[in-house]
Design a protein around this ligand. Structure first.
Ligand SMILES: [Zn+2]
Ligand SMILES: [Zn+2]
Length: 58
């Protein structure tokens, strides 16, 4: 089965529905409910990348 075109949450793996965020660092979509993290609308990162970015001190 191919589900091309269907984006899945990078956290729970379920199909995206409703509000979602796109992490530019890992190019993954996430339910906002699955990845509630501090950030702005312009620069949002998933929990995994948020940790990495906080360590990288860019
Ligand atoms: Zn999810
Ligand atoms: Zn990420």
């Amino acid at each position: 089965m191919s589900d091309g075109g269907t984006y899945k949450c990078g956290s729970c793996g379920e199909a995206l529905s409703g509000p979602c965020g796109y992490c530019e660092s890992c190019a993954q979509y996430y339910h906002l409910t699955c990845a509630v993290q501090g950030g702005s609308e312009n620069s949002w990162n998933c929990p995994n990348c948020a940790v990495q970015l906080s360590m990288a001190t860019l």
